[in-house]
Write a protein that binds this ligand. Structure first.
Ligand code: ADP
Ligand code: MG
Length: 868
């Protein structure tokens, strides 16, 4: 080891502390990575992999990025789930030994603060989970949850209890969509699968221990106990919060001034939406390409500020259960919907408001730049305008009180900061003249020198008679006088030649160098003084962070309300009536996304929905492509929209608050990689049956379809029966199915109703009416759909013939009573009785392989088996 260079030794010492991060090691103008890190960086960032000698005999791999572009490279690594430790030079080179280096921050997916790395429309959460239970068996009894967004200072904790704590945790993950999830090492090592887009960080178990967690929290908040935060009910929540905070401190190197409190919360105030439901309803992204466009949020989000966009997304992910709060939101939306002009003006004024929330946090942690203050000033300028515009709208009164124009801060910025300051503190010109006596004094003293230099050119031209003489400046030689070769004979004797160019000579004079020293020294001084003034100013403003953050919140609310109002007006939505009972009545409801996607000539057909105390379960039948899936989702989405405080796409809607929506899709509509689709489907269904209450809304789309017809039908039927008969359930249920045999169910289940999506038959063709009407569909029209799908004509014809044969066959052994209802009893009976031999034989028939003659023979055989 002794022949290792000191630099290499320094690197190894630092790297040892960050084994799980890629270490960006500052070397002059580059950040270099070495060894394994270099190989990863070269691969992930398309860098050239070079090598560097570390001793007389060995070289190691190396890959570097230029310092000015480092953020984009870090962003790419974070995007791919890596952590990056940034190691800076913390002393100036002094000729003796190597400079000191230190890791100044660790960037991980959940701890980003750089605006360039953040998406402005998402919160960026780090979430810590403390499972309580048995790591060996993986059984959870409880779970402490804490999450923080250091770009906004949000920090909250809760605890989820009960045997389904793990499920509840998944629901929280789905609601919050954290970028990074922290778990105790011992749990993480047993294998944890997180939803896509979240990266798992194992963290030392002892950091999650109660005593360690409490110490971290009390030290940070400078309190003696935690009792003032109301966290007592959440012991595991405290463990998670302590670990999260400690992890943030590790990565931010203690710079966490923005986290000023921790908020206990419960999930009971929110509608429960499990990950499958969020996905199936395409709330914030589409299933197909995971884009916001085409999702519900894509329709509702017309916000114009980053804060508004984040708030609306939060609302979408956690619909409320509180009538009063919802009505207050609806009042606000209604008042903005009713004034076209004011709304337009409000939105226009909002456009000028920067991301006050994140900006205030940069101020708090000392990371704000000069232009941030200008942006702050401009944003605050908009506040009085906004206040004036919302004053006549009483429902926005509470919101108006959040807005504070911060006159004092605006005035301070005006006085202190020049109109067009440089982007960073490395350049002068930030502070306005007249703000600081010290700065003005330095400027004054060097004023003469600067003026002297400014006048030098005309003066020397006159003295020498050289019209082309120029005064210039460069970094190496400082100020110089430049004379072309043609005129060098006229140069006065006090000029000292410094440099020869192709066409000219450059000179200096002793006097010029004296003034130059004055000016350059002053420049350094000015930079230092400006920097100090700026930092003091930022601290002064940061002291008002509460007011700024409250204003940011007000702006976010106003923006979200205006956005909802704008969609409501443009898309002709109506204000829903919310109630505390469990009815659900929608007139002329539409699917907000599908109605936008219909193109050229197709109009969306509105549909009614009516759940009362007698009709709890709606069975929706109809051919493929009729609109079953769209219809049942539309009901779920309208309910959800109402419970975020939005208007809804309907003529009229009365909605008894729903505590949870379950949306399940039969397996064939989706491809789950690697698992048995039927298994997935059944696991989801089991969860649904254990998790719902009387107040839930169930949307079941072709459940049971992931297996053979009879199994599927049997399961579908028993699921419906269970929901219907279980005393705690009887929840509002929409069951779309192409098993038209299920239309028999309302005969035996008094609270079940049949509906079907109507089609009209025109000859052999069918026309989709997309209209939901009472009664069950009597056939599946599969052959028609095959025709629509473009199967060759002979195939369709043949299928139609076979179908007719089979239908006739069915009718021959149909008992009279059922026949009148035009159902196929052979298939219904299987639920009730032992298998019918005729039916078994029918099942065994391979229709595709039958000739017409064989079909006829089979028919005779079937008749015989049926006992005729
Ligand atoms: P199903 O589930 O019955 O097979 P879908 O709900 O998937 O049918 O609907 C098929 C297509 O029909 C949709 O993609 C949409 O274009 C159209 N559609 C559905 N409902 C309506 C409606 N109410 N009005 C107009 N078009 C509709
Ligand atoms: Mg469907």
């Amino acid at each position: 080891m002794s022949d290792v260079t000191p630099l290499r030794q320094q690197y190894l010492d630092i790297k040892r502390e960050y084994p799980n991060a890629i270490l960006f090691f500052r070397l002059g103008d580059f950040y270099e990575t070495f060894d394994g890190d270099a190989e990863i960086a070269a691969r992930e960032l398309d860098l050239v992999l070079t090598s560097r000698p570390v001793s007389k005999s060995s070289r190691i791999p190396m890959a570097g990025v230029p310092h000015h572009a480092v953020d984009t490279y870090i962003a790419r690594l974070i995007e791919r789930g890596y952590h990056v430790a940034v190691c800076e030079q913390v002393t100036e080179p002094n000729g003796r030994g190597i400079v000191e280096r230190e890791v100044t921050r660790v960037v991980t997916p959940g701890t980003i603060i750089e605006p360039e790395l953040l998406s402005e429309k998402h919160a960026n959460y780090l979430l810590a989970i403390m499972p309580i239970g048995d790591p060996a068996s993986g059984r959870w009894e409880r779970a402490g949850i804490a999450y923080a967004d250091i770009s906004t200072g949000e920090f909250a904790a809760t605890e989820l209890t009960g045997e389904n704590a793990a499920m509840l945790t998944l629901e929280e993950l789905a609601r919050l969509q954290p970028r990074e999830v922290l778990m105790p090492q011992s749990w993480a090592e047993r294998g944890v699968t997180l939803p896509p887009g979240m990266s798992l960080t194992p963290y030392a178990d002892w950091r999650f221990e109660r005593s360690s967690a409490e110490t971290t929290l009390t030290q940070h908040f400078r309190t003696r106990t935690l009792s003032g935060f109301g966290l007592d009910e959440f012991p595991a929540g405290i463990c998670a919060a302590g670990a999260a905070l400690q992890y943030l401190r590790d990565t931010q190197k203690n710079n966490l001034a923005q986290i000023i409190t921790i908020r206990p919360y419960t999930t009971s105030g929110f509608m429960v939406l499990d990950p499958f439901t969020r996905r199936n309803l395409e709330l914030t992204e589409t299933i197909r390409n995971r884009k916001t466009q085409g999702s519900l949020l894509g329709i509702l989000d017309r916000t114009v500020t980053a804060m508004g966009a984040r708030l609306l997304r939060t609302w979408m992910s956690q619909p409320l259960l509180d009538l009063k709060r919802l009505n207050a939101r609806l009042d606000a939306v209604e008042s903005l919907a009713s004034t076209e002009i004011a709304r337009a003006e409000i939105r226009e004024a909002l456009r000028g408001v920067t991301d006050l929330e994140r900006l205030t946090n940069r101020l708090l942690i000392g990371k704000a730049g000069p232009r941030d203050l200008i942006a702050l000033r401009h944003s605050l300028d908009a506040v009085p305008t906004l206040q004036g515009l919302i004053a006549p709208l009483p429902p926005l009164g509470a919101l108006a009180r959040m807005l504070d124009a911060c006159e004092d801060i605006r005035e301070l910025i005006d006085r202190a900061i020049s109109d067009t300051p440089p982007a960073t503190l490395n350049n002068s010109g930030i502070i306005r003249a007249g703000y600081s006596a010290e700065l003005d004094d330095i400027m004054d003293k060097t004023k003469h020198a600067r003026e002297w230099i400014a006048e030098l050119e005309p003066q020397e031209r006159a003295r020498t008679g050289i019209g082309s003489l120029k005064v210039g400046y460069n970094k190496v030689f400082g100020y110089y006088l430049e004379v072309s070769h043609a005129n060098t004979d006229r140069v006065p004797s006090d000029y000292i030649r410094k440099q020869t160019l192709v066409n000219a000579e450059r000179y200096i004079t002793p006097e010029l160098k004296e003034y130059e020293t004055l000016v350059l020294n002053a420049e350094e001084q000015i930079l230092a003084v400006e920097r100090e003034l700026f930092e003091t100013l930022c601290k002064e403003i940061a002291a008002h962070s509460k007011r700024l953050l409250e204003t940011a919140r007000g702006v976010a609310h106003l923006d979200s309300f205006a956005s909802l109002a704008d969609v409501a007006v443009r898309e002709a939505y109506c204000r829903p009536t919310l109630t505390d009972d469990d009815l659900l009545i929608i007139e002329d409801g539409r699917h907000p996304v599908v109605e936008q996607l219909l193109d050229g000539g197709f109009r969306y057909v509105p549909n009614d929905t009516h759940f009362d105390s007698m009709g709890r379960i709606h069975i929706i039948t109809g051919p493929n492509m009729a609109g079953k899936s769209t219809y049942i989702r539309q009901v779920a989405i309208i309910t959800l929209m109402a419970q975020i405080g939005s208007f809804v796409p309907a003529g009229q809607a009365t909605i008894g608050l729903v505590d949870r929506i379950f949306a399940r899709i039969g397996a064939q509509d989706e491809i789950h990689a690697g698992q048995s689709t039927f298994m997935v489907e059944m696991v989801e269904t089991a969860r649904l049956l254990s998790g719902s209450t009387r107040r839930s809304l169930l949307i079941l789309d072709e459940v049971g379809r992931g297996t053979s017809t009879y199994d599927g039908m049997a399961i579908a039927r028993s699921v419906v029966e269970y929901i219907h008969n279980h005393p705690g359930l009887g929840c509002r249920t929409l069951f779309a199915t192409h098993y038209h045999e299920l239309t028999e169910l309302p005969n035996v289940l008094p609270k079940a109703r049949n509906y079907n999506v109507a089609v009209a038959e025109e000859g052999d063709e069918i026309v989709f009416l997309h209209k939901v009407v009472p009664g069950g569909a009597d056939r599946s029209y599969g052959v028609h759909v095959a025709q629509l799908a473009g199967l060759p004509r002979p195939v369709v014809e043949r299928a139609r013939a076979l179908l007719r044969d089979l239908e006739t066959a069915g009718s021959t052994f149909e008992p009279q009573a059922v026949k009148q209802k035009r159902h196929n009893p052979a298939q219904l009976k299987m639920f009730d009785e032992a298998p019918n031999p005729a039916l078994e034989a029918l099942k065994a028939i391979k229709v595709d392989e039958l000739s017409p003659l064989e079909a006829l023979t089979k028919l005779y055989e079937l008749k015989r088996l049926a006992g005729e």
